[in-house]
Write a protein that binds this ligand. Structure first.
Ligand code: ADP
Ligand code: MG
Length: 714
């Protein structure tokens, strides 16, 4: 990378933590505006990158102008005869002028210009102007609201940064401010990775990267800059990932230093549970159980993430772990993101653990007040050994006498604070997090470096591969036929839609989104009229939802028309058709999750992705990944190739990580590199405390401020 070289002048005048109001040109009003955008300190300013660049490099001839193009021209500014016209409201003017280029002229118009700015237009001077060309009503070409640069004041701009800024802060002001900061800040203050590590890795100075991005040289590659894939962007991503991995590893160390308790070796309940299962465990389930057993018997709190594709059988692993807690005289809590899922876990335990005599309960917002009060009392006194619940478990009124194990199912659905609150119910308890996020192993290991990770990478046997196809909306008959055939063969069908829509008048339907309500009506009126059809969505009351789910499970309904509420973990073995309407609206991972709702018994299952005929080829190609591939890890890999890991890094799938730069260029290799560097720093004699790690400490602090809560886990 060839950054603009500047005499390195490590000024000491500005501290990286200086608040914005202390910087030149920033008064209280502008400071407040910047803070509202999360720009609080000098360092925040220099890490606020332009979101695009104006290209001022090639000058245009007036005769080459065409409407619609963005052009840069050099010439002399002249005020037009119309001059300044105080026409447009108080304190604002319309100003017209001309740029004389040789013996040609181009009309310039500034609409609605504040008077004080209008006075600043350097009429009479030689200038470069830049703006969009359009045809005026009289058909003469003009440039409306052009930006200008007086040619003799400073070197002509080449690529001009454009920032996302509050209206109180002008582009020029901010870019000047950043320019000054990049001159005055100590280069070490903007670097997270200490100098010795940088030298070993051959990295250039971060301040050079920042200068390159804020004031790119004329030789810079504009498309690289705009797509955030320059070397400078890579360096910022590496720095950010370094701070992230550092935070993760510090977190892991802190968790490991905590006291924990060892579960007893006795295994009466846990073995009895396994013996009562109507199937034998897969090899992967057995291996994961051994991994967990090793964790919970050493006297340190376990922090383990269980990654397993939909249907890989995570629930029995969780129930087994819960029995390990109970047979050791402790309580266990299993938290799930939805009521349906919590109920399902509760029911699974009642089925498999029926003979164990373990007192268990369900705690969700749908549980009645009296039952709830009783449950809270019993939990607090230790009379309930195993509780299943939703967010209701982490309300202030909940206390658990002797929590030994906390399980979080679909953990990516919860925020850091939710996890911390569950953990707070038993500070020394073991934690088991579970997720079906199809995430490649390599990425999981670096992203969750603060946890031990287990992979449930084998599906239970005798599962039908879920045949998947794409069908055009116009061919809906095929879909109806499929649903009918499946029901005839003893199965049930899901129809999933993107919106609810309770009556003809809802906004959803007007906006053209297919809705649950409309689909239910359509099916009932059409070829499925004699089948029993139910609906399920988030606007229904809890009790109503439960009744609907129960009816579907028990076969009183043949078809369930629903929103993506059914996505998370629902287990109805007889379901054998999954119809997803407007499938192109969902991510591959989510579609794979939905598909995982069927093919859970020995009924042959099918999944149909219904799409508009005119779906564009790119979207079609993306969906086609699912047609050929039924393995979550492979879907994840394909998704990763199509979208790049940045999407995973930035998405809710990985719990909304506080990564700004790595989202665009982060690769598995870059994360691994960052991780290795973080390990090296922590292994050095002074670790994170030494003077050479001051930049790393700053970066950690900023990462915390930008929303990375360091709870014990996740
Ligand atoms: P997930 O990992 O998606 O949470 P579940 O725990 O819901 O998957 O399991 C899916 C289904 O597979 C359940 O009906 C469960 O009873 C069944 N199952 C789990 N383990 C096995 C196994 N080893 N053999 C056969 N079926 C199993
Ligand atoms: Mg599950």
């Amino acid at each position: 990378m060839t950054a603009v070289s500047r005499p390195s002048n490590p000024g000491t005048s500005v501290s990286p933590e200086s608040p914005v109001e202390s910087l030149a040109g920033i008064g209280p009003r502008r400071a407040a505006a910047l803070k509202s955008r999360g720009i609080v300190t000098a360092l925040d300013c220099v890490f606020h990158l332009p979101f695009r660049y104006e290209d001022w490099r090639s000058l245009c001839e007036p005769r080459a102008l065409e409407p619609g193009m963005t052009a840069t021209l050099a010439g002399t500014l002249r005020r037009s005869s119309e001059g300044m016209m105080p026409r447009v409201g108080y304190g604002r003017r319309m100003v017209t002028g001309r740029l004389l280029v040789g013996n040609e002229a181009v009309r310039l118009v500034w609409f609605n210009l504040p008077t004080y700015l209008a006075r600043l237009i350097p009429f009479g001077r030689t200038a470069i102007v830049h703006g969009k060309v359009s045809a005026a009503p009289d058909e003469e070409l003009q440039i409306v609201n052009p930006a200008f640069h007086v040619a003799d004041s400073s070197p002509a701009p080449a690529l001009r940064p454009v920032y996302g800024l509050p209206s109180a802060v002008g582009q020029r002001l901010f870019s000047e401010l950043v320019r000054k900061l990049l001159r005055d800040l100590d280069p070490k203050a903007v670097e997270a990775i200490p100098r010795a590590l940088r030298r070993a890795a051959g990295l250039f100075e971060t301040i050079e990267a920042l200068r390159y991005l804020h004031c790119p040289p004329a030789s810079a590659d504009l498309s690289e800059l705009c797509e955030a894939r320059s070397e400078a962007h890579h360096l910022l991503a590496l720095e950010e990932l370094f701070a992230f991995e550092l935070a993760m590893q510090l977190d892991r160390r802190r968790a490991q230093a905590k006291p924990g308790f060892a579960f007893s070796p006795s295994s009466s309940l846990s073995s009895a549970l396994l013996a009562s299962l109507p199937f034998s465990l897969t090899g992967a389930q057995q291996r994961v159980i051994r991994e967990i057993d090793a964790d919970v018997t050493v006297g340190r709190p376990m922090n383990r993430l269980l990654v397993g594709d939909v249907g890989s059988g995570k629930t029995v692993v969780a129930l087994w772990a819960a029995m390990r807690a109970v047979e050791s005289g402790r309580q266990a809590a299993v938290m799930a993101p939805t009521e349906l899922l919590a109920e399902q876990h509760h029911r699974a335990f009642q089925k498999y653990g029926a003979g164990l005599g373990v007192p268990c309960a369900l705690l969700t917002s749908g549980v009645g007040a009296a039952a709830r009060a009783q449950c809270l009392r019993d939990l607090a006194r230790g009379r309930i050994s195993l509780v299943f619940g939703t967010h209701a478990l982490i309300q202030r009124s909940v206390a658990i006498a002797n929590l030994g194990l906390a399980v979080i199912d679909e953990q990516h659905r919860f925020g850091v604070f939710d996890r911390a609150r569950l953990k707070a119910l038993g500070p020394n308890a073991h934690m088991l997090l579970m997720t079906a996020t199809p995430i490649p192993r390599s990425l999981a290991l670096v992203l969750f470096a603060n946890l031990d990770v287990s992979f449930l990478d084998e599906m239970p046997p005798a599962r039908w591969h879920v045949a998947t196809r794409m069908v055009a909306e116009s061919d809906f008959e095929t879909v109806e036929r499929l649903a009918r055939d499946k029901v005839r063969d003893g199965g049930r069908a899901y129809f999933v839609l993107p919106a609810i829509g309770e009556d003809e008048e809802t906004a959803d339907e007007r906006a053209g989104m297919p809705t649950v309500a409309a689909m239910a009506r359509r099916l009932a009126r059409g070829a499925l009229g004699d089948l029993k059809i139910g609906v399920l969505h988030g606007r229904m009351a809890g009790a109503q939802r439960q009744a609907m789910m129960r009816n579907f499970r028990e076969g009183k309904l043949d078809v369930l028309v629903a929103t993506t509420m059914v996505e998370v973990g629902i287990d109805v073995p007889e379901a054998s058709a999954m119809v997803i309407i407007d499938a192109h609206r969902y991510g591959l991972a989510q579609l794979h999750q939905l598909r995982g709702r069927v093919g859970r018994s020995d009924l042959k299952a099918e999944c149909v992705l219904v799409v508009p005929e005119d779906l564009d080829p790119k979207a079609r190609a993306r969906l086609a990944v699912l047609l050929d591939c039924s393995d979550g890890a492979e879907v994840a890999r394909a998704d990763l190739e199509l979208r790049g890991p940045g999407d995973l890094l930035g998405s809710r799938q990985s719990g909304a990580l506080p990564l700004r730069f790595a989202r665009f260029v982060g690769s598995v290799e870059l994360i691994a590199k960052a991780r290795a560097m973080a390990e090296q720093l922590l292994a050095s004699p002074s670790g994170i405390r030494g003077p050479e790690a001051s930049g790393a400490r700053q970066a950690l602090k900023r990462m915390l401020r930008h929303g990375f809560g360091l709870a014990d886990v996740g």
